[in-house]
Design a protein around this ligand. Structure first.
Ligand SMILES: [Zn+2]
Length: 97
């Protein structure tokens, strides 16, 4: 299957997007992919039917039991990989999906 990039970007567009932006966009995509807004603690996300903040992912992860969190990380791995396309550094110190 061809990977899809956030905001319907092409591979080239995605590769040229700064890592910081990609990190944020990917977070939003992961939240949507998981339909996270259904159970998001933030009422704004539930109202908008989409998570408004990419940090929601980690907020949710923090509240989960460890095993469940591991399963979640496993599930988003294919998406998380997209972050590293075309980048060799600059990823240090960023929260992992
Ligand atoms: Zn949210």
């Amino acid at each position: 299957m061809k990977p899809r990039y956030p905001q319907n970007m092409t591979f080239t567009e995605w590769r040229r997007t700064p890592l910081r932006t990609r990190h944020r966009l990917l977070g939003l995509m992961v939240n949507d992919y998981l339909r996270h807004w259904h159970t998001c603690a933030d009422a704004r996300c539930r109202r908008a039917r989409s998570c408004q903040d990419y940090q929601c992912y980690w907020r949710r992860l923090q509240k989960m039991p460890f095993e469940e969190g591991q399963r979640l990380r496993e599930a988003v791995k294919p998406l998380a990989k997209l972050l590293w396309i075309g980048c060799t550094m600059g990823a240090e110190g960023r929260q992992r999906y």
